[in-house]
Design a protein around this ligand. Structure first.
Ligand code: EPZ
Length: 422
């Protein structure tokens, strides 16, 4: 298994290109199943997860072409050859579950494995299934599989989510676009990825209004066409490199980033003592000398502080001059990085869903490993700021969501390399 070795202490100076958002791309890929015409996705990230989704789509009969130099993925679902997503595929990547709604909407039935839990929490899909039932689908769970059928088509429905779910909002939208009649989604998630998915579906001929707000109306259409869509830039990748620059010190331009998609993070970073400004080509982040200030954070659905940046922010606050409190409200088990950060000398006490981080003056390099994508990259950030060498094991987690991580950081002066193991 590959490892990443970092010798900390170098400031980051330069330009880091920000690519399309993984968590948008995966749902946009699933949208290709809705139309017999090609969907062309520009600004696609090239990640283990997006490749995996492309393979799953190919197994369902979608013609897949990746044009590497143009960062463009062309998906053509002229015919659906299979409506089954097996356990091995959904177990490896939860977003595979998102093929259920489009298959149900286009073909009238689908058999998709339940995803099961993962390292950060139980992550049930009950809200997804209730939304499909509200649209008239028959849902049965048999031997770990969801068997869904709506042989005479889905029907528009009023769906009020009991709490905000990104996945359920997107999945309901992906099914409702081809339903008969109108669907209203209340208490919908407002993440930029939801608006991105709606923009793509509307370009395909869907009629969605209100995406990005808590109430979304989807007026069903009989058929969707093809389209070309540019994937929204990755606000989590943006925030991760911004936090890396704040932790290691330096001056970076995050090229292609959307400043307005990370307002909650910028408020925290400014309170910690970093400078963050909107630039014509992206976002400009600077921090020079001195200790960072402690800040309290609480994760929340967008536009609140993103859970996907909690671990990376904790890495920064490990070096603060004082105590920070971090409350995780989205996932029940998302502090797995805390004991690994402690291996570098961080002082973190976890009580349930709250962590108290008592800042230290220095971190010291050590071998570490992590259990998920964002936790792994928080260890990279801590390693960049630590004295001596940090070796991050289980790099496959990073490869799921960060394209060219070592190259982007090394391009700004970080001493970082991948060590390959046969
Ligand atoms: C998406 O997961 C992202 N994944 C996650 O990013 C992200 O952390 C999360 O949204 C929150 O922003 C993708 O987009 C592929 P939710 P999702 O449904 O949609 C509970 C990363 O690192 N829930 O908003 O699965 C759930 O367990 C990943 O890139 C139910 O109880 O998140 C959680 O506690 C990790 N029943 C809460 O709701 C349901 O049916 C919010 O989850 C659905 C969700």
């Amino acid at each position: 298994m590959d490892r990443i070795a970092i010798t900390g202490g170098s400031a980051l100076n330069g330009v880091i290109p920000i690519y399309g958002a993984k968590n948008s791309a995966l749902k946009l890929q699933a949208a290709a199943l809705l139309s017999p015409e090609p969907l062309v996705l520009e600004n696609m990230p090239d990640l283990a997860d997006t490749r995996f989704m492309a393979q799953l789509l190919a197994s369902l009969g979608v013609e897949v072409a990746w044009i590497k130099e143009a960062r463009t993925l062309r998906l053509h679902a002229a015919e659906i050859a299979s409506t089954i997503a097996p356990y091995d595929q959904v177990r490896k990547m939860r977003a595979s579950f998102n093929v259920l709604g489009p298959l149900l909407a286009r073909v009238g039935h689908a058999t998709v494995s339940l995803p099961g839990g993962c390292a950060i929490g139980a992550r049930p899909v009950d809200l997804h299934l209730k939304a499909f039932e509200a649209m008239g689908a028959d849902i049965h769970i048999e031997q770990g599989y969801v068997k869904a059928a709506a042989l005479r088509g889905l029907k528009g429905a009023e769906i009020a989510f009991p709490f905000v779910s990104v996945g359920a909002t997107e999945h309901a939208m992906l099914a409702a676009v081809l339903a008969q009649g109108d669907t209203v989604l209340r208490n919908a998630a407002c993440e930029p990825e939801i608006a991105d998915l709606a923009d793509c579906l509307n370009a395909m001929g869907a009629r969605i209004e209100g995406a990005g707000s808590p109430e979304i109306t989807v007026r069903g259409v009989a058929r969707l066409a093809g389209a070309t869509h540019r994937v929204v830039s990755d606000r989590i990748e943006t925030g991760t490199y911004a936090l890396a620059a704040a932790a290691a010190g330096g001056d970076v331009l995050l090229e292609g980033a959307n400043f307005h998609h990370n307002e909650a993070l910028w408020a925290v970073m400014k309170a910690a003592g970093a400078s963050v400004e909107e630039a014509s080509r992206g976002v400009h982040v600077r921090r020079r000398g001195g200790r960072v200030a402690p800040v309290d954070i609480e994760t929340a659905p967008y536009p609140g502080f993103p859970t996907d940046l909690q671990a990376q922010t904790m890495a920064l606050l490990c070096l603060a001059d004082g105590q920070s409190r971090i409350k995780e409200t989205i996932f029940e088990n998302r502090f797995m990085h805390a004991p690994e950060l402690a291996r570098l000398g961080a002082q973190i006490a976890v009580h349930g869903n709250e962590a108290v981080v008592t800042g230290v003056e220095r971190l010291f390099g050590a071998p570490v490993m992590a259990t998920d994508l964002r936790a792994s990259v928080s260890l990279v950030i801590a390693g960049l700021a630590a004295e001596g060498q940090t070796v991050v094991n289980r790099v496959y987690h990073l490869d799921r969501g960060f394209e060219r991580l070592e190259a982007k950081l090394a391009g700004c002066g970080a001493q970082i390399e991948r060590q390959r193991e046969d």
